[in-house]
Design a protein around this ligand. Structure first.
Ligand SMILES: Cc1cc2nc3c(=O)[nH]c(=O)nc-3n(C[C@H](O)[C@H](O)[C@H](O)COP(=O)(O)OP(=O)(O)OC[C@H]3O[C@@H](n4cnc5c(N)ncnc54)[C@H](O)[C@@H]3O)c2cc1C
Length: 394
């Protein structure tokens, strides 16, 4: 490691590696730091991703694609389901390999990549972030940079050290638990299964994302208020569901984690600092999916950083262009997405059963069909869906 770089990226998740890749490609002297000894492990993710957005960054490769998804099944609280055709539109990743490939791409473009390199603090000159302190293989280093990109995930400390408040209220956090389950017998296998309703996942949804017919990520996200009220954690709810639906399957690994879903616009840059991905609460507030949003943010941050470096101006005002571009491209959809989630998913089992009943017998359903039918019962949805349509979502 050198003592100074143009850009230091903290965290080699999908956001950080993408930021480092584009920063290096745009000619910036870039360092990517990862605290773990291996990029990509352990995996804390259901590994589902949309194919088209992914292709904006990288062509799918069999080495990190576990399965191609051709349909989605939405299962109502009463067990009735509807199936949406979506040929080739989803992928289930092997994130351990995928994340490593993204870090390799950053290195191929010229970034210095270091594992076992934990950032312990940021260097500051007044309000401006000017570098990081890092512990690497038992030694402490001070490394200077014009720009630091905080890509250190949901438990981010770098942003806070840099003076940006990233705290999230408990009610705005989805509590998630997920098992990798062996001994399943999934049919169809090229299908993502989503379960909604109070019993499956209070205030959220449950999922089965197959990796093979006998192996799948099975998980759920619930409102933490359920735990406050009943004492039952996300892992408890998942154990209860597993025991009922898949009593003979085996849990081969387990993760728990939180996803911020507040959906509010927030400050994501400061002087010498940009914050991306989970650290900036950029996961989709309706689905909790954050991989591609982190990558989009990483690309925008690298482009804004390169422009700021060319102009020799990394002030808060110059880097605020990142906030604006993020909001225009992705962030402004968060309000309607959160509102749809509250309206459709959260509390009303009767509504969901009724919706599944109305849609049940129709062949070749699309997402638009589901929304059209939902709007007939809940006209308020039209407003949120209209905003998404205006952004080109449908
Ligand atoms: C149970 C669960 C299921 C999910 N399923 C999906 C899904 O199916 N699809 C989807 O799109 N999203 C999913 N998500 C969300 C997704 O995993 C995240 O949105 C995504 O990983 C965010 O990427 P990131 O680069 O911002 O952060 P991360 O992937 O969290 O990467 C942050 C990196 O920073 C490193 N780091 C942290 N602190 C430091 C430090 N001080 N110094 C150096 N390095 C540091 C960490 O080790 C880590 O490697 C899920 C989340 C959970 C909890």
């Amino acid at each position: 490691m050198k003592s100074a770089y143009d850009v230091i990226v903290v965290g080699a998740g999908p956001g950080g590696s993408t930021a480092a890749r584009y920063a290096a490609e745009l000619g910036l002297d870039t360092l990517l730091l990862e605290k773990r000894q291996e990029v990509g492990a352990p995996v804390r993710c259901a590994e589902g991703i949309g194919t088209q957005t992914m292709k904006r960054f990288i062509e799918p490769d069999p080495s990190w694609v576990a399965l191609v998804i051709n349909r989605c099944r939405l299962i109502a609280p009463n067990g009735k389901y509807v199936e949406i055709e979506a040929p080739g539109e989803g992928l289930i990743l092997e994130r351990k390999i995928f994340d490593r490939r993204l870090a390799e791409l950053a290195a191929e473009k010229g970034a210095d990549v270091r594992c076992k390199a934990r950032v312990t603090s940021v260097l500051k000159d007044g309000d401006a972030v000017t570098g990081v302190e890092v512990k690497h293989l038992g030694k402490d280093y001070k490394i200077h940079a014009k720009i630091v990109i905080a890509a250190d995930g949901v438990e981010s400390q770098v942003a806070r050290w840099g003076g940006v408040n990233t705290t999230v209220k408990l009610v705005d956090l989805d509590a998630c638990a997920q098992f990798l389950v062996a001994g399943m017998n999934l049919d169809p296998v090229d299908c993502c299964y989503f379960y909604v309703g109070h019993d499956y996942a209070p205030g959220g949804y449950a999922w089965i994302f197959p990796k093979r017919s006998d192996l799948a990520n099975v998980g759920l996200g619930i409102t933490p208020l359920h735990t406050t009220k009943t004492g039952e954690t996300a892992a408890d709810v998942l154990h209860r569901w597993m025991a009922k639906e898949f009593p003979n399957a085996s849990i081969v690994s387990m993760v728990v984690g939180g996803i911020p879903i507040d959906g509010k616009p927030r400050q994501i840059s400061a002087s010498g600092l940009m914050i991306i991905g989970d650290a900036a609460h950029q996961a989709d507030p309706m689905t909790g999916g954050g991989i591609t949003n982190a990558m989009i943010a990483g690309q925008i941050a690298a482009q804004v950083g390169a422009k700021a470096m060319r102009a020799n101006d990394v002030s808060a005002d110059a880097l605020a262009e990142y906030d604006k571009r993020w909001h225009k491209e992705v962030g402004r959809a968060f309000k309607p997405l959160l509102s749809i989630r509250d309206e459709v998913m959260v509390y009303d089992d009767e509504f969901l059963n009724d919706l599944a009943g109305r849609l049940g017998d129709r062949p070749r359903l699309t997402v638009v069909d589901v929304f059209k039918t939902a709007v007939r019962t809940r006209p308020r949805l039209l407003w949120d869906l209209g905003q998404l349509a205006a952004m080109g979502w449908f």
